[in-house]
Design a protein around this ligand. Structure first.
Ligand code: NAP
Length: 276
């Protein structure tokens, strides 16, 4: 598995697994567990979740699904903004730990910016780190100005910013990704296949046809060509997990990249960071 470095030098898999909507439907549980475990076996061992998903149900699902695999996995969870202050972060983290059936979260993220001052979240995250409850902390859905404010508020040790990024959401390339690059902070790309909607895009179909791949594999390969990108597609099906793993082996040629740039142009001006 190709690795990406966090700012402190620790490496994590470039391709992980998302979990939004997993564990919410009893009838699909067995297949979802099999898909997730197959992904871990294939090296997709960074797992992204959040206290928000299924109101805790997805974390509980993971506690069960990852039974016996905990030490092979880099576990990422996210806290609601309203819980990300001095008064509630410790408790929210304890609840996540209990649901996840573990004693530590590898990377704990502020899910999006709320009303609690960023400096307070930074201090509360650092306290959790000192207590050994989390190994790294970071943020999600923060645009460039928020990242600058986070840095000024003492958050220079944030490990990542998890953002909406794929071929149809290239806005962050204008100033957010360069800002993160200067700080050696990797991007974690969520909804990397635009929740499946990229499958119908004709430029992706053309490139995929040339490579003997699927359009979504090409969409993932396009993100993964960036050595500072971590992609976390969610796949509840075994065949999807296997196809996603194969995306790592796809090399896009200059011709492929030019064709994708034409269909999905890079930004020429600042646009606010999008969220799903
Ligand atoms: P996504 O990963 O872009 O797309 C998931 C959809 O694509 C599912 O319907 C899945 O189908 C399908 N799919 C995946 N691989 C496929 C393949 N090889 N072939 C065909 N279909 C495929 O969307 P997402 O779930 O929104 O984003 C990924 C993860 O990012 C989430 O699960 C979550 O962990 C995280 N996220 C974070 C935020 C945030 O605010 N920080 C927001 C959104 C998402 P099946 O499930 O049927 O396999």
């Amino acid at each position: 598995m190709r690795k990406v470095s966090l700012p402190d030098g620790e490496t994590v898999p470039a391709l992980g697994q998302g979990t939004w909507r997993l564990g919410e439907n009893r009838n699909r549980r067995a297949e979802e567990i099999a898909a997730l475990r197959e992904g871990v076996a294939q090296g997709l061992s960074l797992i992204d979740t959040a206290e928000m998903y299924g109101d805790g149900a997805t974390e509980s699902f993971l506690g069960e699904a990852l039974n016996g695999l905990r030490d092979q996995v880099f576990l990422v969870s996210k806290v609601y903004p309203q819980n990300a202050g001095r008064a509630r972060l410790t408790q929210a983290c304890e609840h996540s730990l209990r649901r996840l059936a573990t004693d530590r979260i590898d990377l704990y993220l502020l899910h999006w910016r709320g009303n609690i001052p960023l400096g307070e979240t930074v201090l509360a995250m650092q306290a959790l780190q000192t207590a050994g409850k989390i190994r790294h902390w970071g943020v999600s859905n923060l645009d460039t100005a928020d990242m600058q404010e986070l840095e000024k508020a003492g958050g220079t040790d944030a490990a990542t910013n998890q953002i909406l990024y794929n071929l149809t959401r290239r806005g962050p390339e204008f100033d957010l990704l360069p800002w993160m690059h200067e700080r050696r902070m990797p991007m974690m790309a969520y909804s990397p296949v635009e929740q499946g909607r990229l499958a119908g895009k004709s430029a992706l179909k053309t490139v995929a046809g040339r490579l003997g791949a699927t359009p979504l594999q090409v969409a993932l390969a396009w993100i993964l060509r960036n050595p500072e990108a971590i992609a976390i597609p969610k796949a509840a099906r075994l065949d999807h997990v296997r196809q996603n793993r194969q995306a790592l082996d796809i090399t896009l040629s200059p011709e492929d990249l030019a064709e994708l740039d034409k269909a999905f142009p890079a930004p020429v001006r600042k646009a606010p960071l999008e969220m799903l």
